[in-house]
Design a protein around this ligand. Structure first.
Ligand code: ADP
Ligand code: MG
Length: 482
């Protein structure tokens, strides 16, 4: 039993957190850690108060490892963190992590590995659901934008000039140009997500007061469904109505499904549009080919500007390679750049993939990136990507599709979305590659062959019984055969 004062324990935790995050993450520290208030220390369980459900979910999603480390440091291996949430002004304490579900589990498991608060399945939530918080402050809505997909990093070429400059115009004057909505469309891997994200970042930079939100159409749909289950549909709608710049990625995902979601979005769309807010949408089909979308929603999409992204020509491919190499801190000679640019002409994602493999090869083997290494690598890359789909590639496609970092397959998380990504990867690896169950397991988070078998069965069952899963599997199948 540690009889230390809860305030002192938390102050020490804070000091470590601040130090770990470093001065470059001061904003993160101030936004997500300073508002945490310690309220109790019982044995090795520290209870802290957080301002909202969303706040807690955000912490859990992004900083659980850090929190686990500092709690372990201060309270020993048995250290636990318990959250209580303040709703509105009235303090409603709702302990989310109440130690472990049962004594017997407590003895068989290391409490710290259970720190991710989602032990209780009923509380498990895969996505932040910002809309459930009454009275949430605007500034607290994280935009969910990736800091890397900037406009500066988005190389301009004939293939994307119109879309890029429309994007810039929108970021300068969100909601007030005639590009509302701005619809970006292209085949896969040509930069829709990057550009939409970049417009969001630019908007925030130019208009710090505006609330920008990026969501995938899939996330939106899941949030809507969950709101329905929790009777919080009104909160959901209100939340979206307070966004100034709303980015919805991959709207084609709604084709032929989610009528209610589409209706909700239609209403939100109208509200935002009438109030001069900007809507940005991406799609892998031109508006005319977006079958299965509600006609009135489709007609709204045609109100603004539809701009397409084409596959880049060789000059643009070269520029992109140089930019990516520069961002990696690597100098590429002209012949190397040319060789890659001429040989990989499908899409930018492939181009990037080839470059990353090349850099990895050179680092691992401590070889310089010269033309010879490039030739060997790229020839292999082109051949293998044409002939054979690897487990790595499957993981990448699955994670991209589910919007997870591909590394999450390898970590030990038991979060539902990550477990699902792992299972989907195993399922497709078994189906498509010639690898043994043992090899598949090893590459998908170091699991054994029984786990792989179980995953394949689970996915197959879900595919037959669950419409949502069937869609996911079908979409992935399509992407993997492209
Ligand atoms: P999409 O959403 O159309 O499938 P992404 O936006 O995910 O494509 O782009 C795939 C990859 O290619 C990303 O890593 C992105 O950074 C890169 N990319 C695409 N277009 C460009 C560009 N014009 N300049 C730099 N990188 C690009
Ligand atoms: Mg995309």
């Amino acid at each position: 039993m540690i009889q230390e004062d809860y305030k002192r324990v938390w102050a020490k935790c804070l000091a470590v957190i601040k130090d770990t995050l470093g001065p470059e993450n001061r904003k993160v520290y101030e936004t997500w850690f300073v508002p945490i208030v310690p309220i109790q220390l019982e044995g090795t369980t520290l209870t802290v108060q957080v301002p909202s459900q969303f706040f807690y979910e955000y912490l859990e999603e992004h900083y659980i490892d850090l929190l686990r480390r500092v709690i372990r440091l201060q309270l020993g291996v048995g250290g636990m963190l318990k959250y209580s949430i303040v709703m509105d002004q009235s303090i409603r304490t709702a302990p989310i992590l109440t130690t472990l579900p049962s004594q017997s589990r407590q003895s068989t498991r290391n409490p710290l590995t259970d720190l991710p608060v989602n032990l209780n399945k009923d509380n498990a939530r895969e996505l932040p659901n910002p809309f459930i918080i009454p009275g949430i402050q605007k500034s607290r809505v994280p935009s969910q934008l990736s800091p890397n997909y900037t406009l500066d990093n988005f190389v301009e070429g004939d293939c994307n000039r119109l879309a890029r400059s429309a994007g810039y115009a929108v970021a300068e004057k969100p909601g007030t140009t005639s590009f509302n909505p701005l619809l970006l469309y292209s085949n896969v891997g040509l930069g829709k997500t990057h550009l939409a994200n970049a417009i969001g970042l630019k908007t925030k930079e130019l208009h710090p007061d505006m609330t920008v939100l990026y969501v995938t159409s899939d996330q939106f749909m899941q949030q809507y469904a969950e709101a329905g289950r929790n009777n919080t549909t009104n909160d959901f709608i209100h939340f979206y109505e307070m966004i100034n710049v709303l980015i919805i990625d991959d709207i084609q995902f709604w084709s032929g499904k989610g009528q209610k979601t589409q209706e909700a979005f239609f209403n939100i769309f109208n509200y935002l549009h009438q109030h001069g807010c900007q809507i940005i949408i991406t799609s892998d089909k031109a508006p005319g080919e977006l079958q299965g979308l509600e006609p009135r929603l489709l007609s709204r999409l045609k109100w603004g500007l539809a701009a397409d992204l084409q596959a880049p020509d060789v000059e643009t491919r070269k520029k992109i390679l140089r930019k990516k190499a520069q961002n990696e801190g690597i100098d590429l000679s002209d012949d190397v750049v040319e060789y890659i640019a001429y040989n990989i002409n499908t899409n930018v994602r492939e181009l990037e993939g080839a470059l990353i493999s090349l850099i990895a090869q050179s680092t691992l083997n401590r070889k310089q990136i010269d033309l010879e290494l490039t030739r060997q690598m790229i020839d292999k890359y082109v051949q293998s990507s044409a002939r054979e789909i690897t487990i790595d590639y499957i993981q990448k496609v699955v994670c991209d599709y589910l919007d997870l970092p591909v590394e999450s397959i390898q970590n030990t998380s038991r979060k539902r979305e990550i477990v699902q990504a792992r299972q989907l990867s195993m399922y497709f690896a078994k189906k498509i590659t010639k690898s043994s169950l043992a090899v598949i397991g090893m590459q998908c988070g170091n699991k054994d062959h029984a786990t792989v078998l179980h995953a394949c069965k689970t996915i197959e069952n879900l595919r037959q019984t669950d419409r949502h899963m069937r869609n996911i599997v079908d979409e992935l199948e399509k992407k993997l055969s492209e």
